[in-house]
Design a protein around this ligand. Sequence first.
Ligand code: ASP
Ligand code: MG
Length: 410
Amino acid sequence: MTRVVQKFGGSSVADAASIKRVARRIAATKQAGNDVVVVISAMGDTTDDLMDLALEVSPPPAPRELDMLLPPGERQSAALLAMALSDLGIPARSYTGSQAGVITTAAHGNARIIDITPGRIEKSLEAGDVVIVAGFQGVSQTTKDVTTLGRGASDTTAVALASSLGADFCEIYSDVDGVFTADPRIITGARRIPEISYEEMLEMAACGAKILHLRCVEYARREDVPVHVRSSFSDKPGTWVKDLADITKGSDMEAAIITGVSHDRSEAKITVAGIPAAVGRAAQIFDIVARADINIDMIVQNASRVMNGRTDLSFTLPLSDGPTAVHALTAAKDEIGYEQILYNDQIGKVSVVGVGMRSPPGVTSTFFRALADSGINLQMISTSEIRISVVVDADQVDEAVRVAHTAFGL
Ligand code: ASP
Ligand code: MG
């Protein structure tokens, strides 16, 4: 018997009719003879609405109370789905994250799954139920408080459950058909990628592809859980995210140099200019940023100028953290001894990703030549073994995606 975990996103269960539609889909999987565990998100914009409410009542809301407020969104859709399945003659039971044994750290709003003790779920499956688990939530091992795993983290719940239940694979249903070679809103001819490795998906998720939660892909890679990303509105196959060794041999994807182009408009750039070139200044700067609990992405430091021994350092960070970082660094101006801070929130990051770029030379030059021919200036560059990312002007992001997509024949 195949054991499947299916996750449905908020847009797939936005109202009563969609809940019934999803129930029919789950019923079909169950009737085909599978063991089915479903992880469900809150209906439509429920989580956003609850967040707005909290911000209105008490800005900024207390993290512990926020974690009491949000999880009922998922419980609501889980319970409704269980009712809809029962009406179809399929026995179903809904569980909260804590009832399902999702044990986490105590970090409210951003807890990590430490362990899953799926005893109750196993019993329910043995009894023949379709098991429905409220996504995105768990219970802290130490404080016993309800926790949430971060926005969009129902994906992570699904993969973690798939791993602990020994499921054959995990299906993530949303309103898009899979992972594409670029955002179809920018490239009309973008193609669905039938299979992609965990590593490539990680890079794409970290570079703006919003289809899967980053932590979910990390989890899937670590536990080797194949993930099928597909649409809940059709029966078409989507994209399989799996181990590189399991990618179909001789497929187009295996031969391609670049698997996909992703872009991200959610970052800003800070330049700390005229820093005295002395040991420890960069450490000092990033200490300040880290103490503000800000995660940075790309960093570029220039060689110091011969005339005055000073240097400039630029880095990117989430747009929403920009003002906080500028404030913290401005407060430390004398301490660090820099000349000025420049803040630019009109940037975008464009990345080409593919395991196929590991060996052949010339991938970087192809990418940069294509950008140069379109008059696109590169503000920052960073690379990994399977990714090249550039920061460009926000106005040129779409064009950069288009020329990269064409240059690599995608
Ligand atoms: N409902 C939560 C959110 O919107 C979790 C999820 O959908 O994955 O972030
Ligand atoms: Mg959601």
